[in-house]
Design a binder for this molecule. Structure first.
Ligand code: ASP
Length: 338
C-alpha cells in the first residue's frame, strides 16, 4: 500500500533530503566476536523501498563510528555542519543517522542550537542488518517521510524510531535492546509514521534555545549522580580538577545527603556553577525541603534548580552556554524557565 500524504508529491514536487550518517549499529555487521562498523561495505539502508516516492536522497558521510565515541566536540562539529546545510537552500530536510547510545545528546545539542526552517530528523537502529527483525530500514524510511513533511520544522529537531516522532528535548533511550527503546517519559511522542503518512499530534509550547552565537563548547563541565552515601567526594574532585560548572543529578525533588550539601557549598564558594536536576526520570526539581541537603537549602547556597531536564542533556546545555560566553546570571535566568 502506498498512501503518501504530502501534497507536494501529488503535485509532482520532489523533496531533496540529505542523509548525514555518523555510524552506530545501523552501519554495523557481525565481525570477530561481535558487531562492529563494517569496513568495506557500508550497509546503511538507503536503497529501494526505504526511499519514499517523491524523495531524492543525497548521502553525506560525516563519520562512521560507534556512538560512545562521539564526543561533545564531534557533536558540535556536526551541529555546525547541519547549520551550514540547513542554510544552504539545497535541502528540504535532513536525516541524521546515529548510534543509539548517545543519539539523544547529539539531537538535543542540535535542537538548542539550530533555528532554521528545514526539518532535522535523527534516526538509528537498535538491531544490525544481520539480525532478525532489523529496524534500521523502516526507521530511515520513517525519518525520510518526517523530514519531507512541511510542518515538522515547527517541532524543532525530532527523533524518529519505531514509527514514533519524538522531540529531541524529551526523548531518551529507555531500553538497552528493544526496538521500542526511544520514548519521551512524561510527555509522549509528538506524532507517528503510519505506513506512508506522517501524523503530527502535538507541538511543544516552547523549547530551550541558545542565544544567537556560533556554537562553541566549554569542556569543563562535570556531571555527578547522587546515590546513598555517594556524591560529595565526586563534586569536590570535579571542583579541584577546575570544572567551571557541575551538574548534580540529585535525589527525588532535588535533594542530596548533608555531606553533598557541604560539597555544593565548597563548589559555589570557589566560583563553580552548580546546577541541580533529578535522577528521577519524570518531574521537576523544586526547593520544597529545607533540611540540610534539601532543594531549598541548595538553592540558598547558590545552586540553580533546573526543572526536569536530564543531567546529560543539561551538561551539554551548560557546556554550550558557557562556551558561547553566557554569564552565570544569564544561565541562571535561562535555566529558571525549565
Ligand atoms: N552501541 C551502538 C552505538 O550507539 C548502539 C546503537 O547504535 O544502537 O553506536
Amino acid at each position: 500500500m502506498t498512501v503518501y500524504d504530502t501534497s507536494d508529491h501529488q503535485k509532482g514536487l520532489i523533496k531533496n533530503i540529505a542523509i548525514v550518517s555518523t555510524g552506530g549499529t545501523i552501519e554495523m555487521l557481525p565481525g570477530h566476536g561481535g558487531l562492529d562498523i563494517a569496513d568495506d561495505h557500508n550497509p546503511l539502508p538507503i536503497k529501494g523501498e526505504v526511499i519514499p516516492p517523491g524523495v531524492n536522497v543525497e548521502h553525506i558521510r560525516f563519520c562512521s563510528i560507534p556512538s560512545p565515541e562521539i564526543t561533545p566536540e564531534i557533536m558540535a562539529q556536526l551541529c555546525l555542519k547541519l547549520e551550514e546545510m540547513t542554510s544552504s537552500g539545497k535541502y528540504n530536510g535532513i536525516v541524521v543517522t546515529h548510534g543509539t547510545d548517545t543519539l539523544e545528546e547529539t539531537a538535543f545539542l542540535a535542537d538548542i542550537y539550530l533555528k532554521g526552517t528545514v526539518p532535522v530528523v535523527f534516526t538509528a537502529a537498535m538491531r544490525s542488518q544481520a539480525e532478525m527483525g532489523v529496524d534500521g530500514p523502516r526507521n530511515v524510511r520513517g525519518a525520510l517521510l518526517t523530514a519531507a513533511n512541511n510542518e515538522v520544522h515547527k517541532l524543532g529537531v525530532t527523533v524518529v524510531l519505531n514509527d514514533e516522532i519524538h522531540s529531541a528535548g524529551r526523548v531518551t533511550k529507555t531500553y538497552t535492546s528493544n526496538v521500542s527503546s526511544f520514548t519521551s517519559p512524561g510527555y509522549g511522542p509528538l506524532g507517528f509514521v503510519d505506513q506512508d503518512r506522517v501524523l503530527l499530534q502535538r507541538r511543544p509550547m516552547w523549547k530551550i534555545q541558545l542565544p544567537e552565537s556560533k556554537l562553541k563548547l566549554n569542556q569543563k563541565v562535570g556531571l555527578v549522580r547522587i546515590a546513598s552515601g555517594l556524591g560529595a567526594r565526586e563534586i569536590r574532585y570535579s571542583v579541584d580538577c577546575g570544572d567551571d560548572a557541575i551538574i548534580v543529578e540529585a535525589l527525588g525533588r532535588g535533594n542530596v545527603p548533608p555531606d553533598v550539601s557541604e560539597a555544593v557549598q565548597y563548589a559555589i564558594e570557589r566560583g563553580t556553577i552548580v546546577c541541580i536536576t533529578s535522577r528521577c526520570y519524570i518531574g521537576r526539581v523544586l526547593g520544597v525541603y529545607n533540611y540540610t541537603g534539601g532543594g531549598a537549602d541548595l538553592e540558598q547556597k547558590g545552586a540553580i534548580l533546573a526543572g526536569d531536564m536530564q543531567g546529560h542533556k543539561l551538561r551539554l546545555l551548560m557546556m554550550a552556554s558557557l562556551g558561547i560566553g553566557m554569564t552565570a546570571e544569564n544561565i541562571r535566568r535561562m535555566l529558571k524557565r525549565l
